[in-house]
Design a protein around this ligand. Sequence first.
Ligand SMILES: *[C@@H]1O[C@H](CO)[C@@H](O)[C@H](O)[C@H]1NC(C)=O
Ligand SMILES: *[C@@H]1O[C@H](CO)[C@@H](O)[C@H](O)[C@H]1NC(C)=O
Ligand SMILES: *[C@@H]1O[C@H](CO)[C@@H](O)[C@H](O)[C@H]1NC(C)=O
Ligand SMILES: *[C@@H]1O[C@H](CO)[C@@H](O)[C@H](O)[C@H]1NC(C)=O
Ligand SMILES: *[C@@H]1O[C@H](CO)[C@@H](O)[C@H](O)[C@H]1NC(C)=O
Ligand SMILES: *[C@@H]1O[C@H](CO)[C@@H](O)[C@H](O)[C@H]1NC(C)=O
Length: 426
Amino acid sequence: MTRSVGLSQTERTINNQNKPYHPKQHPKTGSFFSLYSPKFSIYLLITCALLFILFQIQSLQTPPSSPSSSPLPSWAFLNQWQKVIINTTPSTSTFNNDENNLTKSMAKKLRESVTFLPLKDLRYSSTAQQGHTWFMSSMYDTHEEGEAQYQRFPSSASKGRLLCLKGNDTHDGAWNSYALAWPEFLPDNSTLRKGITFVSYNHYNYDNIWHGLSAMVPFVAWHNKNQCSLIPARWILYHWGELRIKMGPWLKSLMQATFGEPLHIETFENSVANCFEDAVVMRHNEGGMSRQKRIEVYDLLRCKARIYCNVSLEGRLSEVNRRGMPVIGMTMFMRVNNGPRSFKNESAVIGIFEKECTKVEGCRFIVAYSNNLTFCEQLRDLRQIIPGDSSPGPSALLPVDHGMLTRGSKESLDDSTLSSLLSAQH
Ligand SMILES: *[C@@H]1O[C@H](CO)[C@@H](O)[C@H](O)[C@H]1NC(C)=O
Ligand SMILES: *[C@@H]1O[C@H](CO)[C@@H](O)[C@H](O)[C@H]1NC(C)=O
Ligand SMILES: *[C@@H]1O[C@H](CO)[C@@H](O)[C@H](O)[C@H]1NC(C)=O
Ligand SMILES: *[C@@H]1O[C@H](CO)[C@@H](O)[C@H](O)[C@H]1NC(C)=O
Ligand SMILES: *[C@@H]1O[C@H](CO)[C@@H](O)[C@H](O)[C@H]1NC(C)=O
Ligand SMILES: *[C@@H]1O[C@H](CO)[C@@H](O)[C@H](O)[C@H]1NC(C)=O
């Protein structure tokens, strides 16, 4: 009780800054002393301790040459105390203000020091696909044995910083840029995008199913590594740093089947900075992945595609011909685009393969056009054609050791090879 009275008195003194301290209060304090002697001595002790602390604060804030550091008589001491209280109150808040100002100015500086660099670094145009590549060239990939090379933001490699991307140029990647920023100090006017973002770099394009799939494989591997639990909230597709907002329908279907929901491909309708809560960047396709990992990815793709298309393998018997020989299905999957890579004389090519097929007993030849079949139609057609038991296993269908999946010779693979990769049985 006494103590609380004493404290409230102190508070009043602190609050009534304008009212000068009056020595008339002394006799009153004296009467308290005589009435509550034992308790009051404790009170006095506490007050003295408080005064001592306050005095110390004051002496810290005043230069050592000031008279406050010299011993003072009691009245002068109390006078000094009053000054301390009066001075300390604003000076403490000044100190806090300074600290706040400092924190604020540091935060401002951190936000302003976020530096955007061009996504496409022309200094490395001759080694565009090697090492740190020319895409986000200041960043290095994380590479675990046998896994796809990747970058994750935030991570210890990024020192906890998030990836920010700016720009929506679709013709020159040097106009789009990237930066790293700490989540507490994102650049001014930037938007924080929640969830997982997949950022893909593709040296070719996302329409061709071979090039497109090559760019997707490391993401599927990453997804698989995370027990298929992390579904991307958005995909950001780049080609030479240029934004791409579309993916071929075949690839899109396959990715939809794999991730279990439609893809959200980022379009960046404005050019302000976007920072991503969690981003995974892949720029080496399946580079760095072991053969085993690639097989796992294709297995997963096959499974997911079958589920998506409701293709059941049950009740399917290996077809046999009249003489009990297993039927060997041969499907030519044609891509009709009349482009530079189409056959000059399609019927001539078809004729050659058909002739070869007739030489083999039990061979059945079919020509299919992938452009007018839906993704699931392709899968079903091929399922019906390729016999389960005599078909080669997935390892034979992924001839990575023969250079077919390695860079430089991938032109040798066409859409039909890929489709058969997906529809092959074990
Ligand atoms: C804090 O900063 C603002 C502007 O930057 C300035 O006006 C103000 O005086 C500063 N306060 C202190 C206590 O330094
Ligand atoms: C943020 O946006 C405001 C209003 O659009 C603009 O005035 C300001 O310059 C922008 N700041 C930066 C750093 O772009
Ligand atoms: C890119 O952003 C600008 C505004 O910053 C906008 O006018 C333009 O339409 C955007 N381009 C695309 C392709 O979304
Ligand atoms: C697969 O089956 C489900 C339910 O039977 C159906 O809703 C879905 O449309 C089917 N998907 C395809 C691609 O046929
Ligand atoms: C294409 O090849 C077939 C069979 O070899 C031939 O009959 C036909 O004339 C050729 N067409 C053209 C346009 O060369
Ligand atoms: C698919 O396209 C090919 C060539 O364009 C054509 O010959 C064939 O009849 C088409 N099939 C269907 C089912 O439309």
